[in-house]
Design a protein around this ligand. Structure first.
Ligand code: FAD
Length: 178
C-alpha cells in the first residue's frame, strides 16, 4: 500500500508553529497579545511539538539576554520567570591537549556578568503556559514529518504519529495541518 492512498484528516488553522521552542512560543504569545492590544480578532494559532511535553527535547542551559523579553513580557512575568542563578564570575580558558590556560581578561563580547542563567527546558515550559493562557493551542507528541506545498509556497505540514516511523506507517492515516 502506498502512503499516498492513506486517508488523512486535515486540520486548518490560521498560523501553525512547528516545534514548541522559544521562537514559536514567543511568536504565538506576541501575536495574540498584539491582537488583544489592538482589539483585532485573534487568529487560531497552533503549536505542535514532537516531544512528549513542552521542553522535553530541549537540553541546553542558557545565559539569557533578557532585553527582547522587555517587549514580550510584563514586569510581573519577568519577575516570575524561572531563573537558576545570575552570572557571578566569568573565566575564559584556552584549551590545550593536556589542560587549559586561563586568559587574564574576558573579551567584552563574551561578558555576561549579572545575566540570568536558566534551564531552557524549564523556561519554555513556563513560556508555553503563558502562550496557552493567551489562547495558543499547544499539542505535544506531534512530530511534523514533511512539508505540504501549494505551488511554491508551504501550506502546512504532515504529521507522523509516534511508532509510524519504520514500517508501521500504513497502520494509521496521518494528520495534516494547514
Ligand atoms: C549546548 C547549547 C548551549 C546554548 N547556550 C545558549 C546560551 O547560553 N544563551 C543563548 O541565548 N542561547 C544558547 N543556545 C542557543 C539556544 O538554545 C537556541 O538559540 C534556542 O533554543 C533556539 O530556539 P528555537 O525555538 O529556534 O529552537 P529550539 O529551542 O531548538 O526548539 C525547537 C523545538 O522544536 C521541536 N521540534 C524540532 N523538530 C520538530 C518537528 N519536526 N516537529 C515538531 N517539533 C519539532 C523540538 O523538540 C524543540 O522543542 C545554546 C544552544 C545549545 C545547543
Amino acid at each position: 500500500m502506498s502512503t499516498d492512498s492513506i486517508q488523512r484528516d486535515t486540520l486548518e488553522v490560521d498560523i501553525l508553529c512547528v516545534g514548541a521552542g522559544v521562537a514559536s512560543l514567543a511568536t504565538a504569545l506576541r501575536l495574540l497579545r498584539r491582537c488583544d492590544e489592538n482589539k483585532f480578532e485573534k487568529p487560531s494559532i497552533m503549536v505542535i511539538e514532537k516531544g512528549a511535553q513542552v521542553g522535553a527535547h530541549i537540553l541546553s542551559g542558557a545565559v539569557l539576554d533578557p532585553t527582547p523579553l522587555l517587549d514580550l513580557l510584563t514586569a510581573e512575568e519577568r519577575a516570575a520567570m524561572p531563573v537558576q542563578s545570575l552570572v557571578k564570575e566569568e573565566t575564559v580558558c584556552r584549551l590545550t591537549a593536556t589542560g587549559s590556560l586561563r586568559v587574564p581578561w574576558v573579551p567584552a563580547a563574551m561578558c555576561a556578568h549579572g545575566l540570568p542563567i536558566i534551564s531552557l527546558s524549564q523556561f519554555v515550559r513556563w513560556l508555553g503556559g503563558l502562550a496557552d493562557g493567551a489562547g495558543a493551542e499547544i499539542y505535544t507528541d506531534m512530530p511534523a514529518a514533511e512539508l505540504l506545498w501549494e505551488g511554491d509556497r508551504v501550506a502546512g505540514v504532515r504529521l507522523r504519529y509516534p511508532g509510524q516511523g519504520r514500517g508501521s506507517w500504513r497502520r494509521r492515516g496521518g494528520l495534516s495541518h494547514r
